[in-house]
Design a protein around this ligand. Structure first.
Ligand code: NAD
Length: 253
């Protein structure tokens, strides 16, 4: 028992992937969970009991409406997980169109500001308050041909470390999680694109990617969720301001 029974949790982008695993894992621990996503059909397939609303985290009006709905249902907030993110455009920087740069930064980085600023007044009233921001191994190593994504994810770490110091007196802990190769569709698409660039098969690309990790495997969304639950639980109360890699020791993407 992680002591998360009754914890009030808001997870962004919970309809699929890592966000869904996080929302479900908190709910299984007896937490009360609310989530949002762009994908209404995906939201509809979440387990009963998880609160949900369509919202684009890059849209401040939609985020305000999301917080109103979530707070009305939860009655307060103990945990914010800023999970939403998109891969953004692929290509050399001079080929990237400015609108795609803006959208990537808005969804991956500015969304975390949009949500944190509304969460903080409520988190201040919690006895075990925590924010977890999803960054990426790209936020530590860089990512050739995906500079907007890497820049946004690097920014997430700066936001996390600054907020952790700023909110320490309020008893709010703030950490970033850096996934690397996560099993799933998104990773498959990234590796397929890399395999094509290199002119090798998908299986060869997968072996190559694993050779740059210590565990020689993917991390699953559920394994990431487990680390996030621990961080947000009372057992994680000594950990703040950290950028924690949960990536099997990935050295390059
Ligand atoms: P994903 O591509 O599977 O998408 C998850 C959900 O985000 C989808 O349901 C989508 O509809 C939703 N979404 C997209 N834009 C949104 C928006 N503007 N507002 C609300 N919802 C939106 O993503 P994932 O792979 O589960 O990644 C989750 C987080 O982890 C992201 O921040 C991502 O950058 C990060 N990450 C993922 C990996 C990986 O390999 N999967 C690796 C490193 C970091």
């Amino acid at each position: 028992d992680l002591g998360l029974q009754g914890a009030r949790v808001l997870v962004t982008a919970g309809a699929a992937g890592i966000g869904r695993a996080i929302a479900e894992a908190f709910a299984e621990e007896g937490a009360r969970v609310f989530t949002c996503d762009l994908d209404e059909a995906g939201l509809a397939t979440l387990p009963a009991g998880i609160g949900r609303r369509r919202a684009d985290v890059a849209d401040r009006g939609a985020v305000a409406a999301l917080f109103e709905a979530a707070l009305a249902e939860l009655g307060g907030l103990d945990v914010l997980v800023n999970n939403a993110g998109i891969a953004g455009p692929t290509g050399k920087l001079d080929e990237i169109n400015p609108e795609d740069w803006d959208r990537c930064l808005e969804v991956c980085l500015t969304s975390q500001f949009n949500c944190a600023r509304l969460a903080i007044p409520h988190l201040r009233k919690s006895a075990n308050a925590s924010i977890v921001n999803l960054s990426s191994a790209a936020g530590k190593h860089g990512f050739a041909l995906r500079a907007p994504y890497a820049a946004a994810k690097w920014g997430v770490i700066g936001l996390t470390k600054s907020l952790a110091i700023e909110l320490g007196d309020d008893g709010i802990r703030v950490n970033a999680i850096l996934p690397g190769l996560v099993a799933g569709d998104r990773q498959r698409r990234v590796l397929e694109a890399k395999a094509q660039q290199k002119g090798i098969s998908f299986a060869e690309m997968e072996r190559l990617a694993f050779s740059f990790t210590s565990i020689k495997d993917y991390v699953t969304a559920r394994q990431l969720a487990d680390q996030i639950l621990f961080l947000c639980s009372p057992r994680g109360r000594t950990i703040s301001g950290q950028a924690i890699s949960v990536d099997g020791d990935t050295r390059m993407l």
